[in-house]
Design a protein around this ligand. Structure first.
Ligand code: GLP
Length: 248
């Protein structure tokens, strides 16, 4: 995995937005995988700023978000769809029909997952995937455990993950749904390029396990070691446990 350590989160986010903008310039119909959470917020802010300055045209880009809470309709303020509307979709020129999202309120979760995997396959898979990482090493909502699921599926969320997502629910972890729908590890590993961002000391242990630990379902992000084109972009606190990294 290709590692870069930035002096600040802001610097990393700007570089990441510039990387995305360049990828879109080279391939205007790029299929882009998008995460939610705190980590990509500055990247989305930067993409909005680039759009406003006329430096980014997303009109032909296709997006697939990674995951959605189970039981929440898209218009629920706590849903990832609402988060994406607030922070990105509403402010850029993505075509609504090119935005793909899991519907957490679908009656038949299995059918919804099959629909999503089929839509991603029809789009040709992800050209570029922006990823965050959970403090427990999860990617999307592929949680640590005895095994991982390759395809899109319903995932039970750990207490730690519900805690980490409480900000969307008035900082009340008990209001965070118990389960979610998520792309599986196979779609993530089949993305042609991956850029994973991690900021802050709370991510240091997960980052160390991802980079230096064994490939194991107990750290889902460790499977990225098997991918040939992954960039890991960190700030100094998240890079604390990284071998051969000398803090500036
Ligand atoms: C959430 C999302 C992930 C995200 C991760 C980190 O649960 N499902 O896609 O990468 O947790 O979140 P944050 O960036 O807020 O630390």
């Amino acid at each position: 995995m290709n590692l870069r350590v930035f002096s600040s989160e802001k610097e990393a986010a700007e570089a990441c937005a510039a990387r995305l903008a360049e990828a879109v310039r080279l391939q205007p119909d790029l299929v882009l995988g998008l995460p939610t959470g705190r980590t990509p917020l500055n990247v989305y802010r930067e993409l909005v700023a680039l759009t406003r300055r006329g430096g980014l045209d997303l009109s032909r880009v296709v997006t697939f978000n990674l995951d959605e809470f189970l039981g929440l309709p898209p218009e629920d303020a706590g849903s990832f769809r609402a988060y994406m509307e607030r922070h990105l979709f509403h402010h850029v020129n993505l075509a609504p029909e090119r935005i793909h999202f899991l519907d957490g309120s679908a009656e038949d979760a299995e059918a919804e997952c099959a629909r999503y995997d089929a839509a991603l396959a029809a789009a040709g898979g992800l050209d570029l995937l922006l990823l965050g990482i959970g403090p427990n090493g999860h990617i999307a909502f592929n949680e640590p455990g005895e095994s991982l699921v390759a395809s899109c599926h319903r995932a039970r969320l750990s207490r730690e993950t519900r805690l980490a997502n409480a900000m969307l629910f008035g900082d009340d972890p008990s209001r965070v749904p118990m389960a979610a729908l998520t792309l599986g590890v196979s779609s993530i590993l089949q993305a042609r390029r991956v850029v994973l961002l991690a900021f802050g000391a709370s991510k240091a242990a997960a980052v160390t396990a991802m980079l230096h630990g064994p490939v194991t379902p107990h750290c889902p992000a460790s499977f990225l070691q098997l991918h040939r084109d992954v960039e890991v972009w960190l700030d100094e606190p998240a890079a604390r446990g990284v071998r051969h990294h000398r803090p500036r």
